[in-house]
Design a protein around this ligand. Structure first.
Ligand SMILES: *Cc1c(COP(=O)(O)O)cnc(C)c1O
Length: 404
């Protein structure tokens, strides 16, 4: 039977402290114990249902984690104060000095910088590979490798990972496959395809209103509990915990995620088809011209589409900057990083979100100067948006009259 992530979210039932239809917010950093013995047991991890201190967890964070685990079909989940606050403890929990990671080379700039510049200080080395080539991935695995790391749809190049193929490699070599699914919530369910751990930046589509940061790690109870251990859990000890007020607001936004993802995908599909037909170099996993179109199709939960992210290449950074400034002036969206907002957001990744990646490596992976990354918004009239964007491109000679 097809996996139905939105049903799993919908089927959770809540009764707040006073019968409210939303769970009550636990507005406390610390919790009382009626007996001193229970406090000791809780520290030892032997008192289920007791709360200790909100860096460990809180009722509000558990509710949000439960919804995210339901969405990904994992036993449980642990929320964090940001996406990086989910990624870094996960990798540090799975790897120690002497260990090795095989990672996609096209990943979020912050994750890249962490693996390239930070973890070598701890003697954790990373090989960056073209994740779409399973033979190259396997060749990079050595006796110290503990983790295969990728994004289901990569930032910013929108490469698609063959999660089933990577999961088979992980199994064969006894590694953990960790997938950052930030670009494709609901559309792709990595654990259903064999991944061990799924991470999201909640800051993006899942929260969807660009008003908060957040992150989550979804996985087995064994792994998630290890992250939360007061003795040696990386999430507990590194301290990137989420605040209860924020987790309660993200939980409420999650209830419209399926509607939003369908609209993001519908609008992005419309624009990608138009841009490509106009002769622009367009990358969108929903286009038949995308090198991993078939793989995406083979993995997706169809009704949510190919997501809201697309890129076009307008030839040079100057043109990219001029176009973004003009589109912002015409109120077509914001020149801003991040994604998943109701308005379209655009940025030139080479000089912003991926600037952590050295220029020669950017060139090698196909990250060109003229690339613009779009997070397509929830526009009700996408035809009008397209006509206005086209007018901007013609004004700047990015599209020539005879082409359109
Ligand atoms: C934004 C992002 C992150 C980091 O998340 P924060 O919430 O900004 O810490 C990680 N991975 C991807 C794919 C992202 O887009």
């Amino acid at each position: 039977m097809a996996f139905k992530p939105a049903n799993n979210i919908q089927d959770l039932q809540y009764f707040g402290e006073f019968g409210g239809v939303n769970p009550s917010i636990s507005d406390s950093s610390t919790y009382t114990f009626l007996s001193a013995k229970t406090m000791f047991d809780t520290f030892e991890g032997n008192a289920d249902g007791c709360y200790l201190y909100s860096r460990h967890t809180s009722p509000s964070n558990l509710y949000l984690g439960e919804a995210l685990a339901a969405m990904e079909g994992t036993e449980t989940a642990n929320v964090a104060g940001s996406g990086m606050g989910a990624i870094t403890p996960t990798l540090l929990q799975l790897c120690g000095a002497g260990d090795h990671i095989v990672s996609s080379r096209t990943i979020y700039g912050g994750t890249y910088a962490f693996l390239k510049n930070f973890t070598p200080r701890l003697n954790i080395e990373t090989s960056f590979v073209d994740i779409t080539k399973l033979d190259v991935v396997e060749a990079a695995i050595n006796k110290n490798t503990k983790v295969l790391y990728c994004e289901s749809v990569s930032n910013p190049l929108l490469e698609v990972a063959d999660i089933r193929g990577l999961a088979a490699l992980a199994k064969k070599h006894n590694l953990k496959l960790v997938v950052d699914n930030t670009f494709s919530p609901l559309s792709i369910s990595p654990v259903q395809l064999g991944a061990d751990v799924v991470i999201h930046s909640l800051t993006k589509f899942i929260n969807g209103s660009s008003d908060t940061m957040g992150g989550v790690v979804c996985g087995t109870a064994e792994f998630v509990n290890s992250l939360k251990s007061v003795i040696d859990g990386a999430s507990m000890l590194l301290g990137a915990s989420m605040d209860s007020l924020r987790s309660s607001s993200i939980l409420k936004n999650m209830r419209t995620l399926h509607i939003r993802m369908k609209q993001h995908s519908k609008n992005a599909t419309f624009l990608a088809n138009k841009f490509e037909a106009d002769g622009l170099k367009t990358v969108y996993p929903g286009l038949a011209s995308h090198p991993s179109h078939e793989i995406f199709k083979s993995m997706m939960n169809e009704e949510y589409g190919f997501g809201g992210m697309l890129t076009i290449d307008v030839g040079s950074l100057d043109k990219a900057n001029a176009l973004m400034e003009l589109m912002q002036e015409k109120n077509l969206g914001y020149l801003a990083v991040s994604l998943g907002f109701y308005k379209t957001l655009f940025s030139a990744p080479g000089t912003s979100t991926s600037s952590e990646i050295p220029e020669d490596e950017q060139a090698e992976m196909g990250l060109t100067d003229g690339l613009i990354r779009f997070s397509i918004g929830l526009d009700d009239d996408i035809e009008r948006t397209y006509q206005m964007m086209k007018a901007c491109m013609m004004e700047l000679d990015i599209l020539e009259l005879e082409l359109v």
